[in-house]
Design a protein around this ligand. Structure first.
Ligand code: AP5
Length: 222
């Protein structure tokens, strides 16, 4: 039977490992990865109107205004590839208003995954994080250093990855979480993100497999 494409939301504090897990999920499930952080960083890099507005908020660890981000996500979700392959939303919704915007247009995931990692570990992960501008891959100076000198030489640090900025991003996250969770309580699955990335992925993988089963069953009942 044809598989109904999965719809997945992944959430968690800054540096809880969302991007890292998304890479692994996409490799296995082929979902369209929609990361609002990545979309916004691309706008900033391109120097677009959206990028100019967003930069100041991002640099201070505050949320970019809802309407900017929501327009971006809704237009991305309406594209054909998303309908065919399913979606993996990373970093959205991040406020009660954003969650309500999706509810209003009847966009709900099959599962809501929340990565949990203690604060002191998050700070270390952010400060050590490096990104490869060529492949988009995420590294960590200690945990996951790149394999070649060539890659090491071109890695960049995100401007919002200083200790102070991580603290304010964490604060913003904590202020908004409860209100968002209320919208997805029935779909919520908390995952301990303070384990190796492979172990974290294997738990997410079994959750997705069982959700996929349920999606197929529900479809056959229609
Ligand atoms: P965004 O890019 O979404 O940042 P974030 O939520 O702070 O999350 P990160 O990208 O920092 O971390 P991650 O969880 O993906 O972790 P990663 O896998 O990289 O948003 C940035 C900004 O954009 C926001 O502050 C806001 O201003 C704006 N924005 C975005 N969305 C918005 C929205 N919806 N509304 C309004 N504004 C919005 O891992 C981190 C590090 O840890 C890496 O070095 C990695 O190698 C390492 N690591 C990962 N997993 C493990 C593991 N299991 N063990 C050890 N190390 C690990």
């Amino acid at each position: 039977a044809a598989r109904e494409p999965l719809k997945v939301m992944i959430s968690g504090a800054p540096a809880s490992g969302k991007g890292t897990q998304c890479e692994m999920i996409v490799r296995k499930y082929g979902l369209v990865h929609i990361s609002t952080g990545d979309l916004l960083r691309a706008e900033v890099a391109a120097g677009s109107e959206i990028g100019k507005k967003a930069k100041e908020y991002m640099d201070n660890g505050r949320l970019v205004p809802d309407e900017i981000v929501t327009d971006m996500v809704v237009s991305r979700l309406s594209r054909q590839d998303v309908r065919e392959k399913g979606w993996l939303l990373d970093g959205y919704p991040r406020s009660f208003a954003q969650a309500q915007s999706l509810e209003k247009i009847k966009i709900r995931p099959d599962i809501y995954i929340m990565l949990e990692v203690p604060d002191e570990i998050l700070i270390d992960r952010c400060v050590g994080r490096r990104m490869d501008p060529v492949t988009g891959k995420i590294y960590h100076l200690k945990n996951f250093p790149p394999k070649t000198e060539e890659i090491a030489a071109r890695l960049i640090t995100r401007p919002d990855d200083t200790k102070e900025k991580v603290k304010s991003r964490l604060e913003t996250y904590k202020q908004n979480t409860e209100a968002i969770l209320a919208t997805y309580l029935d779909l919520l699955n908390k995952v301990d993100g303070n384990r190796s990335r492979e172990v974290v992925f294997s738990e997410i993988d079994s959750l997705l497999l069982s959700v996929q089963e349920n999606v197929i069953k529900a479809k056959n009942l229609d």
